[in-house]
Write a protein that binds this ligand. Structure first.
Ligand SMILES: Nc1nc2c(c(=O)[nH]1)N[C@H]1C(S)=C(S)[C@@H](COP(=O)(O)OP(=O)(O)OC[C@H]3O[C@@H](n4cnc5c(=O)[nH]c(N)nc54)[C@H](O)[C@@H]3O)O[C@H]1N2
Ligand SMILES: Nc1nc2c(c(=O)[nH]1)N[C@H]1C(S)=C(S)[C@@H](COP(=O)(O)OP(=O)(O)OC[C@H]3O[C@@H](n4cnc5c(=O)[nH]c(N)nc54)[C@H](O)[C@@H]3O)O[C@H]1N2
Ligand SMILES: [Mo]
Length: 819
């Protein structure tokens, strides 16, 4: 017998079957009325009870025995961990945090902690960590994201911060597209699998149905090296393009508009700044190269006649130009977005219903839903007294180049000297580029702390690993932007082993460091507080107890009346953009004035360096995985079902496969200047010749370095760790040049899904610390055991006691005491 409840993740809302004794998550499945639900949902139950769960606090033996300090053994697959008691590990960690902040200042603590931790609004991993670090004096932080980090820096210069916001929150909605758009031009395709992900998740996935409706009346053209970057049911035209050359195509499209008098000169004169400078560049006045379709054809592989025809078709009706995030996640990737904005401006349809520019269909599932966003309940993070930050994708630069300058957004950042990194809710050994380089960076640290559910590759580099309770082990609430319901995420089972809510962890640490984290409330008190604070502005919502009983409350579904830029279009003088000119800057004097070698005032084609005789003769696309969110639940069934030869598949065109003697199911070795990996071969004509593709998110497995840097197919051993540009400094992970050949040697086993060597040794944390490293924290309250008391059953108002008061199934240990 089981009981059923609901839970939520970034990949959607789902049902959870729990065994009658309240200890085991038996099954997780999507709602029957959610046909486009993410396949990842089916893996949640397996992830919950997987042998990879971190069940006790663990400390790397070398760190425990030698004390904090640089150590190039971090991440060694044979490294051993010692499991210790909570009070010991909290004492150790508090002392180390105190040592670092006293000896080196709070800026020596890096707490950026980028990543897609759980969807819950209260147990939001970064938010909680930031609140804690703020409470103890602050930390060096990170800005922007891996998703569209280049656009986040570029676009405010061109359309203003408010224009950027409009572009994100009010793009033409799918019903508007269906009603008004003749041609939807999709640079980077429009992957339905990507839209199952929304920060916070959604009640149901609706984009699939909406886009299928729109495709009945709107012609869709997909521009990508992969035919299946768009669903076959959308009946799109496929324009195959050499990866990384969209800027050239877009410049040639714009060139055609200009020479064929198809550009909207009235719009350019009234709503844009600098069109003349763009025209001069297109003609070749500045560099001697006219950006003609013939010029672009040589670069992009798209025939010149097709380019001309496409420009004419775009000018003939209502056209919407969409760029996926992926285009800008590459060296000089922001230029593609700049060029798309320029093309859309020359078409003159920005601000018209169903026309103009968009940046996100096929990248995020909430894009184009047509619903005004509402503010959601939020756990306050406090204020960070430390100003230092990095653009998040510069993590290895930060660790490897302390006290050096990094150019960024027209200025420079001085990189602080980091001694301690605390990561919660992210997996840099998933998300960062050039993992060998990241490893060298982490080796310089004194201490790496990671809170995790699972023994991820990042946890396996950490000196201190704290077992975090999962969303199924804690009470929370969730909603995504534009969502129809604020949903409860009730605890389904007791935490496994000694996993704890991170709220509990930070509260205990803060006490030891003389700081206040909880303001005297437990996590349930906070859940109610953030909800009731939110309810003050949402007076239709019921009181907390009623909300909890009902499992959620509807959110207003106010359709946005006008799309992005419609007010600006109607009257640019009355509704200027917050750019220096108040207009769309197709030429930005600010950007030109930065004097950067890789940025001009206008969209710029930057020729990739020619490398004759390079062995890296294939472009590998590294895109988002269809059956998981990044690296999450890679160990579970849905993700495993996609593997080939026991590791991540690499897809390539049969022509390229044959030339390399590769057949379906072979193990291939993929190499780049940065590193090598093993992958399982899949041939498909959905890819252009010369292009290969692997999903991101296979767990980094360095256990057979004599064979490959990763035997499990994590693409980030291959990618290059270089900023998108000296302007934007974002991630360049979308693709990398590689060689692929057959691997005929003995195939090493994948060890990434086994936990590390663990030794359970209560008291080790106390006995083995070197005296020189022991410090008494400022006003620590010391031993947790002395304060521990049995956990009361949770008493949510209006709710039966949850299984939370039960001992965890496999430890006989009490669940976190709620104070
Ligand atoms: N080459 C290449 N690299 C890429 C990309 C690419 O296109 N190409 N895409 C990039 C993009 S867009 C992104 S957003 C990043 C994503 O990078 P990440 O967000 O770092 O990847 P995830 O695998 O989602 O990692 C989240 C981790 O948080 C843990 N977690 C979940 N909830 C909690 C919690 O409540 N508490 C704690 N402590 N942990 C929790 C999960 O177990 C998981 O290990 O990857 C980037 N990397
Ligand atoms: N299922 C699932 N969905 C997800 C995620 C996930 O991990 N799993 N991650 C989510 C996150 S955090 C983000 S930021 C978004 C990312 O959204 P995107 O960045 O848009 O997604 P990608 O899958 O990386 O890229 C989409 C396609 O772009 C194409 N592409 C790459 N480079 C080029 C190029 O130079 N030119 C052209 N024309 N096409 C190119 C590739 O063929 C690729 O399949 O996805 C979100 N959705
Ligand atoms: Mo992302």
């Amino acid at each position: 017998m089981t009981r059923t409840q609901e839970s939520s993740a970034h990949w959607g809302t789902f049902q959870v079957d729990v065994s009658d004794d309240g200890r085991t998550v038996v099954d997780t499945r999507p709602y029957a009325d959610d046909p486009d639900a993410s396949p990842a949902i089916a893996g949640v139950a397996e992830g919950q009870h997987h042998p990879l769960r971190v069940v006790r606090p663990a400390v790397r033996r070398r760190w425990l025995e030698r004390g904090p300090g640089p150590d190039d053994h971090r991440g060694d697959p044979d490294d051993e961990y010692v499991e210790v008691e909570w009070d010991e590990v909290l004492d150790l960690l508090a002392a180390e945090l105190d040592r670092v902040r006293s000896a080196h200042g709070n800026r020596a603590i890096f707490g950026g902690s980028y990543g897609w931790g759980s969807a819950g609004r209260l147990h939001h991993a970064q938010g909680q960590l930031h609140r804690f670090l703020n409470a103890i004096g602050g930390y060096t932080s990170s800005k922007n994201d891996y998703s569209r980090g280049a656009s986040l820096v570029l676009l405010p210069h061109l359309i203003g911060a408010d224009g950027m916001e409009q572009l994100r929150t009010r793009p033409p909605s799918w019903p508007q597209i269906a009603a008004h758009t003749d041609l939807l031009l999709c640079f980077g395709g429009m992957r339905l699998s990507n839209t199952s992900v929304i920060p916070g998740g959604h009640d149901r996935q609706v984009v699939g149905g909406l886009s299928r409706d729109a495709a009945r009346t709107t012609r869709i053209v997909t521009v990508s090296a992969q035919r299946d970057d768009i669903g076959a049911d959308l009946d799109a035209e496929w324009l195959g393009i050499v990866p990384g050359t969209d800027t050239a195509l877009l410049l040639a499209l714009t060139h055609t508009l200009v020479v064929e008098a198809l550009a909207d000169e009235t719009f350019l004169a009234s709503h844009t700044h600098g069109a003349d400078r763009v025209r001069a560049y297109l003609r070749g006045d500045t560099d001697g190269v006219a950006k003609t379709p013939e010029w672009a054809a040589r670069i992009t592989g798209v025939p010149a006649a097709t380019i001309r025809d496409l420009a004419r078709r775009a000018a003939a009706g209502r056209t919407l130009v969409n760029v996926t995030y992926s285009l800008q996640r590459a060296e000089h990737g922001e230029q593609a977005v700049f060029a798309a904005l320029t093309f859309a401006a020359f078409l003159g349809q920005i601000g018209l219903p169903g026309g103009g520019l968009s940046h996100g269909y096929g990248s995020m599932g909430d894009h184009g839903l047509g619903v005004e966003r509402v503010k959601l309940p939020t756990f306050p993070q406090g204020r960070n007294p430390v100003d230092d930050f990095i653009p998040c994708a510069r993590i290895s630069d930060l660790l490897l180049h302390p006290d050096e300058d990094l150019p960024y957004d027209g200025g420079t950042l001085r990189l602080p000297d980091i001694r301690l990194v605390y990561w919660a809710g992210g997996n840099p050994f998933h998300h960062h580029q050039d993992l060998r380089r990241l490893r060298r960076g982490l080796a310089r640290l004194h201490t790496l702390v990671v809170n995790e559910f699972h023994w991820t590759p990042t946890a396996r580099h950490a000196d201190i690993v704290l077992p975090a309770a999962t969303p199924l082990e804690r009470d929370d609430l969730a909603a995504g932007p534009g969502d129809s319901r604020l949903r409860t995420m009730p605890r389904a089972v007791a935490p496994v082993g000694e996993a704890r809510e991170e709220f509990w962890i930070y509260d205990r640490l803060a006490e030891r460091l003389g700081a206040d984290y909880s303001e005297g409330l437990d996590s349930h008190g906070w859940l109610e507080r953030i909800y009731e604070t939110w309810r003050r502005a949402n007076t239709d919502a019921p009181p907390f107890a009623e909300f909890w009983r009902a499992g959620g409350t509807p959110l207003p579904q106010r359709p946005y009346r006008d799309g992005a830029f419609s007010a600006f279009r109607a009257d640019p003088a009355a509704h200027p953009l917050d750019t220096p000119s108040g207009l769309i800057e197709v030429f930005s004097p600010t950007l030109a004035g930065f004097g950067l070698s890789d940025t001009a005032g206008h969209a710029l084609w930057i020729e990739p360096p020619v490398e004759p005789d390079s062995p890296y003769d294939l472009q590998l696309l590294c895109n988002q995985p269809s059956h998981r969110l990044h690296s999450q639940l890679d160990m579970a069934g849905p993700s495993r079902s996609t593997k080939v030869a026991g590791r991540e598949p690499v897809r390539l065109n049969p022509v390229d496969a044959t030339a390399r003697g590769l057949r379906d199911g072979d193990v291939a070795i993929v190499r780049s200047p940065q590193g090598s990996l093993l992958a399982g071969v899949v041939t498909t004509d959905a890819l252009l010749p010369g292009v290969a593709q692997m999903h991101t998110g296979s767990w980094y497995d360095p256990s057979a370095p004599h064979v490959a840097d990763c035997v499990n197919g994590n693409v980030n051993v291959l990618t290059k760790d270089v900023g998108t540009s000296s302007l934007t400094q974002a991630s360049s992970g979308a693709r990398v040049a590689v060689s692929i050949s057959r691997y005929d040697g003995p195939v090493p086993p994948v060890r990434a899904y086994e936990p590390p060597h663990l030794e359970h040794r209560p008291g080790a944390g106390r006995a083995e610390r070197r005296p020189s490293e022991r410090r008494t924290p400022a006003r620590g309250r010391g031993n947790d055991r002395a304060r521990a008391r049995p956990s009361p059953p949770t008493s949510h108002p209006g709710r039966a006691p949850s299984p939370n008061g039960q001992p965890a199934a496999d430890s006989g240990h009490r669940t976190p005491p709620h104070r």
